[in-house]
Design a protein around this ligand. Structure first.
Ligand SMILES: [Zn+2]
Length: 252
């Protein structure tokens, strides 16, 4: 039997059972176990881990744990500025793209409303979600820790909030997206890009009273849905402003 000591830092404690939270954990095991598998056995998905120190040295996920190791596990931790350590996460995405699990339809719509690139379909299996994440280099957002433990998922994030209005603020804050908000650029239904279109070209597809009242029209390049800056648009702007206000309050 081998024995090691663990310490999980910061928000990694969100995943631990209460008896382990913010405590030194003594853990026993047999045979050969990689540090990645051992960490995930504590319910902490590898996508949340950015740095592992064993006896003060940084190691990769394939490290085989030795008897007596002292193990410190850190999340992405911006103030932890030691350039010589081996960070485990790929470089942050310059323009993040996301894939959301099937329970996050409302968040998907809110994110698209703000112009973020969000793959979402309500029928995807965990396997399909992780395939899309891998092929299209998308970050998985989920409330299901199980998806994040899958090897193919390189980037992922477990949402702490259950209310979509709080989840959207959490995502923008966590991924530093405030400066990337571009409302009215993406189709809320299908994630396609919105393009401006001449009123003349859509006059048969929009009710006359809408044509009389508005001049700027957009259509979705992918599904053809037509948008205009009507009451729906003003609701959306109000929603965006509410989100920005929450962000300001949360970070001050
Ligand atoms: Zn569309």
């Amino acid at each position: 039997m081998k024995k090691v000591h663990f310490r999980f830092y910061e928000e990694l404690n969100d995943f631990l059972p209460k008896k382990y939270k913010k405590k030194d954990i003594e853990h026993t095991f047999y045979g050969l176990v990689s540090i990645k598998d051992m960490i995930q056995s504590f319910n902490v998905p590898h996508t949340e881990v950015d740095l592992i120190l064993i006896n003060g040295q940084s190691v990769g996920f394939n490290y085989l744990v030795n008897d007596g190791d002292r193990i410190s596990v850190y999340p992405e931790y911006e103030s932890f500025d030691i350039s010589s350590v081996q960070k485990l996460r790929p470089k942050p995405m310059r323009r993040p793209r996301f894939v959301l699990d099937v329970h996050l339809g409302k968040l998907a719509r809110l994110m698209r409303m703000l112009g973020f690139d969000v793959f979402y379909e309500n029928y995807l299996t965990d396997e399909q979600i992780s395939d899309i994440a891998k092929k299209e280099k998308r970050c998985v957002l989920t409330r299901d820790v199980g998806i994040l433990k899958r090897t193919e998922v390189e980037r992922g994030y477990w949402l702490r909030n259950t209310d979509p209005d709080l989840q959207i603020v959490e995502v923008i804050d966590r991924f530093h997206l405030t400066g990337s908000i571009k409302e009215f650029t993406r189709c809320i239904s299908c994630n396609g890009k919105l393009l401006e279109i001449d009123k003349e070209l859509i006059k048969d597809e929009v009710p006359q009273k809408v044509l009389d009242q508005y001049n700027l029209f957009y259509y979705c390049r992918d599904c053809g849905k037509i948008y205009w800056k009507g009451s729906h648009y003003f609701d959306m702007i109000k929603n965006v402003n509410d989100i920005k206000e929450k962000l300001r309050k949360g970070t001050s």
